[in-house]
Design a protein around this ligand. Structure first.
Ligand code: ZN
Length: 136
């Protein structure tokens, strides 16, 4: 027969390979292998550790500040995606960060709109004021 570990020819009744010293499972007594397998099966799983999602928390905190809002918004989205693989950890923070980011975007767009209207008003000698009134 051939050793399954090193591939060298060994005697048919050999228990241990003379070339590599490996136990030849076909001839080895069943008792020797069984306890090892049991140990693997009954190894105690470590207690599930509550995973934290630092990315989502960081995104939430950063989204609170105007200067870092965009970074926080992006981190919140990444954190939300990551929270799915973490079993929902940090999902609330991630969603809060995204909502705050959207509010900032909305406020920014509104500010931009007002800026454009005011700019048009200044250029047209305040003729845009009625327009602004009509929009509001
Ligand atoms: Zn061998």
């Amino acid at each position: 027969m051939v050793c399954t570990h090193c591939g060298n020819e060994v005697e048919n009744d050999a228990v241990v390979c003379p070339h590599c010293g490996s136990l030849l499972s076909e001839n080895a007594p069943q008792q020797q292998a069984a306890p090892q397998q049991q140990q693997v099966v009954y190894v105690q799983q470590p207690a599930p550790v509550k995973q934290s999602n630092g990315l989502a928390v960081a995104g939430f905190v950063l989204s609170l500040f105007g200067a870092t809002m965009l970074i926080g918004f992006i981190l919140s989205i990444v954190g939300l995606v990551k929270s799915k693989s973490l079993g929902g950890a940090g999902k609330g923070f991630a969603i809060a960060g995204i909502v705050i980011g959207c509010l900032y975007f909305g406020a920014g767009l509104l500010g931009l709109l007002i800026f454009i209207i005011m700019g048009a008003g200044a250029a047209g000698a305040f003729s845009a004021l009625p327009l602004a009134g009509a929009l509001l």
